[in-house]
Design a protein around this ligand. Sequence first.
Ligand SMILES: Cc1cc2nc3c(=O)[nH]c(=O)nc-3n(C[C@H](O)[C@H](O)[C@H](O)COP(=O)(O)O)c2cc1C
Length: 199
Amino acid sequence: MMDFANPPSDPVPACEAWFREAADLTSLPNPNAMTVATAGADGRPSARILLLKGFDARGAVFYTNSESRKGLELAMNPRASLLFHWDELERQIRIEGAVTHVDEAESDAYFATRSRESQLGAWASQQSRPCPSREDFKQAYADMELRFEGGDVPRPPHWYGYRVALETVEFWQGRDARLHDRVLYRAGPEGWDIQPLYP
Ligand SMILES: Cc1cc2nc3c(=O)[nH]c(=O)nc-3n(C[C@H](O)[C@H](O)[C@H](O)COP(=O)(O)O)c2cc1C
């Protein structure tokens, strides 16, 4: 249990503990699901659910198609806000920061762990573009099955990881009588600035 009266000096292990507890203590099929908000040049926010696939002091990692709506928005404006919510634990974590590309070797390594179906899907789906019919999508998938028949499916060049730097990390814990706990960490040159907030 995180001690909000005496918050830990580093939010990274605290996040890791909450991610672990979300996996161990809830019945959620995707405890690593998070809302990812981006905004392009027009400043209009967009949000969607993605899975967290890596986390350490360098940031939080997700994988997607760089030609998707979020990919295009991140190309224009490489910043994101991530939000985890675990209702059963009355917890949320919000992370905000600059976004960079995960390097090729790391993206290749993760892509190789995915099922062949997911790998072929990454080639077949023109994510976020108009899909004329389900038949077109099925045909594109069948084309990719044929193209890569008898061999490994390589990572598509437009599919890779994005890492959101931990510029701010905020923990929220529901408490009795609405006296919820909330603490904001801000990364600074001297380390973490720690600021409790009213809920
Ligand atoms: C539980 C769940 C997990 C998902 N995980 C991913 C993911 O890791 N990567 C991804 O590209 N899309 C994932 N999606 C689909 C996205 O929510 C979204 O529809 C897609 O990435 C296109 O988003 P965009 O048009 O805003 O770019 C997931 C959806 C759900 C419901």
